[in-house]
Write a protein that binds this ligand. Structure first.
Ligand code: GLU
Length: 418
């Protein structure tokens, strides 16, 4: 018997929604109409690179609009945020994915998640489609291919997207050739993936741009956070607001039935079920994300309460304060510690801080602790920082020891005088 309960939870969740048979498989791209409406795959990728897969998680399908955030990441990497924002807006349009409205005056598409913005974004990636395909593959952690039939099918029927491209040409916002830009966009939409791939791609964004399975840095932490932000505000088109309220995860849907969703610093989710609602989003995909978010407590605005204390060791002996720290230190954890220590300071005393078990020390945490140590030193305390990794983030003014034990022995053998 498998001991880990998570696969069973995912199977049960999927089974509970398999009977949901609302929605229709997309037909406006003829090749998509061949999808089996019963396909239903779900995958969850953790940031240490484990992937849970349930149902049809290895069934290939075309990325369609789920490609948009990942290609946006490549454009941001190649052009930088400022140039990309000058060309493609950042405001949720509240309109359908294929809306033709451009920003009055500038002709900018409203955001990179609607088709207009995605066609323009595709034209901004340097080195053309080979880079797009390689980049999408780096997000997924494997070499991806193009479903040529799906591509040809959209080339034959995608006149609305052509119309959007020509509109952007006349508005002056699309500088590249319209037909070429649209074809590049159709090609990225026709890249074949699985729900498992979508989970890993999302986890790469959640992991600050580093693919948690391959370890490859795909984009920078800044780019990953920019992309997640745009997914949160615009990823679900005219459903973005309600989606964020109900599910609370940055996500992107596509008309082949895929959904990629990410919980920053925690995990990536991939969903696949072809029947769509009126807005072009997978019906079972939405339901599964809602359920997952509720059952696993994944809503961005309801982060889990801090379970483990970031300070695992507190000892106050006479004039010696010992604090062992663990996990990641951001502002909140550093603020609590700084305030507590400032209140405990004793002139002529000793502070021992052990950072050996600290994972990430955010610059603001290093700055707060560093300044505190400087001030405690000026106040007449001695500070010892056991900093095995020599992260070098704290000022050099204090003494460094390799291990807490050493520091403790030092404090025991050194009588502290008033
Ligand atoms: N290739 C599709 C289109 O442009 C993608 C739309 C979507 O997935 O939302 O119509």
């Amino acid at each position: 018997m498998a001991l880990n309960p998570i696969p069973d939870l995912l199977d049960a969740l999927r089974a509970s929604l398999a009977g949901l048979d609302d929605g229709r498989v997309a037909e406006y791209i003829p090749e998509l109409a061949h999808a089996d409406p019963t396909w239903f795959g779900l995958a969850l990728a953790t940031l240490d690179g484990h992937v849970y897969a349930s149902g049809d998680a290895d069934q290939p399908f075309t990325l369609q609009s789920v490609s948009k955030p990942f290609v946006y990441a490549l454009a941001l990497t190649d052009r930088g945020l400022d140039e990309v924002v000058q060309r493609v807006g950042l405001e949720p349009s509240g309109e359908a994915f294929n809306a033709t409205r451009l920003e009055p005056g500038t002709g900018r598409p409203p955001n990179p998640m609607v088709n207009a913005g995605a066609i323009l974004t595709a034209s901004l990636v340097a080195d053309g489609f080979p880079r797009v395909l390689a980049g999408l593959g780096a997000f997924a952690g494997r070499v991806l291919g193009v479903d040529e039939r799906a591509y040809e099918s959209e080339v034959e029927t995608g006149d609305r997207n052509r119309a959007i491209a020509y509109l952007m040409r006349t508005a002056g916002s699309l500088q590249a050739d319209a037909e070429q830009s649209v074809r590049r966009y159709f090609r990225q939409c026709a890249v074949q993936v699985t729900a498992r791939d979508l989970a890993v791609m999302s986890a790469t964004l959640a992991n600050g741009g580093v693919n948690p399975v391959t370890g490859e840095p795909v984009v920078t932490r800044d780019v990953a956070s920019h992309v997640l932000t745009v997914m949160a505000t615009c990823g679900m088109y005219d459903f973005a607001g309600e989606w964020l309220l109900r599910v609370g995860l940055p996500a992107k849907s596509g008309v082949s039935g895929g959904i990629a969703a990410a919980l920053p610093a925690q995990l990536g989710i991939g969903l696949f079920s072809p029947p769509l609602d009126d807005r072009g989003t997978s019906v079972r995909g939405i339901a599964a994300c809602e359920e997952l978010s509720a059952r696993f407590g994944l809503h961005l605005m309801r982060p889990p309460a801090r379970t483990a204390s970031a300070v695992y060791l507190v000892e106050n002996r006479d004039r010696v304060l010992v604090r062992g720290l663990q996990g990641d230190f951001g502002f909140a954890a550093a603020e609590a510690l700084t305030r507590e220590l400032a209140g405990q300071a004793v002139e002529g005393g000793l502070l021992v801080l052990d950072l050996d078990r600290v994972g990430q020390l955010h610059p603001v945490a290093a700055q707060l602790l560093g300044t505190l140590i400087e001030r405690l030193t000026a106040y007449g305390m001695t500070a010892v920082v056991a900093d095995g990794d020599r992260r070098g983030l704290l000022p050099q003014a204090h003494r460094e020891f390799g291990a807490l034990e050493l520091a403790l022995r030092w404090s025991e053998s050194t009588p502290i005088r008033a």
